[in-house]
Each structure stands twice: as C-alpha cells, then as structure tokens.
Ligand binder design. Sequence first.
Ligand code: 13P
Length: 301
Amino acid sequence: MLKEKIAVIKKERNAVILAHNYQEGDIQDVADFTGDSLGLARAAQKTDAKVILFCGVHFMAETAAMLCPDKTVLIPDLAAGCSLADMIIPEQIKTWRMKYPEGLVACYVNTSAAVKAECDVCVTSTNAIKVIESLPADKDILFVPDYYLGSYVKAKTKRKIHLWKGYCPAHMAILPEQIDKLMEEHPQAEFLMHPECGCTTKQMHLADQVLSTEGMVQHVRGSGSKEFIVATENGLLNRMRTQFPEKQFYPASEHASCHHMQRNTLEKAFMSLVNMKHVVTVPPEIAKRAVKPIERMLEIA
Ligand code: 13P
C-alpha cells in the first residue's frame, strides 16, 4: 500500500508532510499537518524535520523554503502553480511605487517570492484585516493581486486601498445565481464564503461568514447547524466530509476546482520522497528581501 510506503520513506528521510486544505483526501490522510496558508507557514517554521514535503502549490512551498533555509523543501509536482499569483510581476509594483513613493504595498501570500521581495507586508485570508489595520491610516496601500480579497478588506477597514485586478479562476467559477438557488433549496444551511470568491462583492451581505479555508473548518466544528453551502475550491469538502460525517456540505459550484492543486497525487508525493524531487529554492538575494514581509505578517497575526 502506497500510504504505508510513504510512512516508511518519510521516516527514512526525516520528513514532514504538509498539505493544503484543497489537496485530495488521500494526501491529507498521509499529511502530518493539513491547513490553510497561514497554518502551513507556521507549521513549516515549527518543524524539526530535515525535509518538508509540501503538498500544495508553488508559492506555498517557496514561503516554507524562505522561512526554513536549513531544510529541504520538496513539492510533488513542480508545475503546481497558482494562476492568481501569476497575475502580478515585480515590475508592476515598481511602477506603482513611482507614482506613490510614500505608499505601502501589501501582498496576498498567493504571490511569487520575487513579488514579495518588492512588498512591505504579506497577508493571508485569515489575517488580512488585522494586518492592514496595523498599517498607518493615512497611507495609500496597493493590495495585490486578488481583487476580491482586496475589496473585502477595503470594505472592512475603510483604508485607502488601491485594488489590483487579479483573481483566482476556481473561485471565479462560483456565481451569484448558483448561490441564490442553493440557498433556496437548503434554507437551513449556513453559507460560508472564501474572500477570494468572484461574487464576494455582490453576495457578501448574504454570507453568514467570510472565512479562510481553515476558518471554515473551525466554524463548522463550533456550529450547531447541520448543513452548509461552501463557496471555495471543492477540495476543502474532502476534509469537511471526513471530519464531520454527520453534517451535509453543498459546493457552491461543481466547477470550483484548482487544476494546479490536483497535479499533486499520492503517487507523486511518494516519488518525491524517493527521489528527493522537486526541490523548491529561492535565490538568496530575493529570499533575503521576500522573507521580510512574511515575517512582518507573522509578528502581527
Ligand atoms: P487559505 O489561506 O484560506 O487556505 O487560501 C489559500 C488559497 O490559495 C485560496 O485559494
């Protein structure tokens, strides 16, 4: 059995397996820790293992590599990227700074290390509001790259946020009409929404909670409700259904799936530990600057 083989090789390599909430159930089964972007960054920071097998997408593995320069960080499939992260490049931030030399740049964790190196502070969906509120109130702030998370944070904090027009294609597949229909069909269900959702701006007022992936899991754990409409990438439903088999979960869209996350499979995770591939590294001159906004975020929230 592959799962047993993974347990053996993991010990041999002195490795820890970190998996994002969107990964398939089989991968989550072998993971030492499953969580959201913030939780995974913290788990990487804490581990004593020599090797981190990062079952998630590339920017997450890069973040782990920068926070743990003495460890080897592996990703099962090097092509597991993030379309949202690809929607901004460092030069675009430099151009904005020329126009707003006193401004600050906040990047969502879904950015490359090269982009983070140009930013002042990093945020995740869990802590974005708290991090932005910690910045001086009079400053112009460029928020990259997610337009919808940025709009949500702007509405909540009332800060002078300049929005970038990036988006996550998986979350864009979630449409307001589908949510209206599901709410009609399941009137007792709570509606949980990730702030990356393309319809956040229109449907936010309907959401019982706007939460990160881990925030959604914790919310379900503490809620007396039996039914939930879940507006995020559908991989999260694996974890929800495994952890709360007595509850019902309805995906807001059958099409909300991230093909990058799905590139990682149990077989590739095993081969990754066997061959010690694919190692994720960040050039030292970029890592030195890019780790600062991440560390700033981790200090704040
Ligand atoms: P979370 O931090 O909520 O897990 O979200 C990360 C992500 O990439 C969502 O698309």
